[in-house]
Ligand binder design. Sequence first.
Ligand code: AMP
Ligand code: MG
Length: 401
Amino acid sequence: MIPITEAIEIVLRHTEKLGVESVELSNSEARILAEDIIADTDLPPFDRAQMDGYAVRADDVRNTPARLRIVGESAAGAGWHHEMNSGQAVRIMTGAPVPKGADAVQQVELTREDGSEVVEILEPVSSGRSIVRQASEINAGETVLRAGEQISAAMIATLTSFGYAAVRVSRQPRLAVMATGSELVDVNKKPGRDQIRDSNNYTIEAYASQSNAIVERLPLAGDNTEELKRMIREAAETSDVLITSGGVSMGVYDFTKVALKELGAEIFFERVALRPGKPTVFARLGNTLVFGLPGNPVSVAVTFNLFVRTALRAMQGATHTTLDRDHAVLARDVKGSADRESYLPAVLRTDEKGVLLAEPLKWGGSSDFVAFAKATALINVPAGAKLIDRGSTVRVVRLPD
Ligand code: AMP
Ligand code: MG
């Protein structure tokens, strides 16, 4: 049995970066950048009006009301490109370039137009007011995003504004998922006597898609070494990562490890000091990384997010590979385990004082996926901690949505 941190190190050590491809901007959300993004213009690209109103010289409107002659109009996309002199004003709209000679914009609400030639400025305005100066946000040539960042919806504006119609990102990992267990039937079947529906394949597919994997769901595999060997061998030929679930504990019909070993896979670890998720296997067959996850659905969710997610993101060159960590105050007592670190499902909430609380879920153990679905985080209880009292500060990791 190895500690979780060591298991994650081993996963990272055996994870190789995938190649790079170019995708259109509209398909880039959630992908991992494989190039630095460089500004090709200043932002703003010119001194820009932040209000509808009049471009003026602040000195001209120290004493108000002040009457100024309107000499032109600067609209968004159609600026007034002359020099504005003292005693003059230019009618200006939000987003339009501020003409030379003007050093402030007075908002239209504080002006009165007197005919079309003259404007009365009703209040003084300080120099620089309502102008966003050229390059005050970004200088041309600046690096605005770095390779390894995950493209968010908010970043799309950045990519667009600097002309990245296509962007270089990591290739998507090809992932095969294979549930094992002679008791399993697919979702569209009514389970017969002694049977249950497979949920792991679909759960893993959903989680893996969140990490950009292209997922192939394999047919359900029975507890039969030869069948497992054939399916694992075939899956390894076409995928970067293979995930199995079930068949890794100590039961008489737990054949996943046997199959891997008989195929000549290199086993890097097969037991982690983790609750739930102790019998997790990590191996390599040819160039394919294999994760043998336990069968219990909650163990699958926990081990996927701790190990597989990390590997998938590292393969794509992501800077952040592990779940976001935080500290929270326990809302109820939790029990630890003598020899394993625990990752226990919890709901995070903030109390009236703004303190982040972790409320451990009431659950029936690692098979209770209905309770687990409510969890937004996992409470990390160190090995050897018998009981942690409510009110203690604990480490938590946030689960993906
Ligand atoms: P195992 O690790 O194969 O001993 O399985 C542990 C428990 O998880 C057993 O109760 C299995 O029936 C259950 N289980 C295994 N695979 C799945 C699956 N794909 N979907 C739902 N439950 C499963
Ligand atoms: Mg089984």
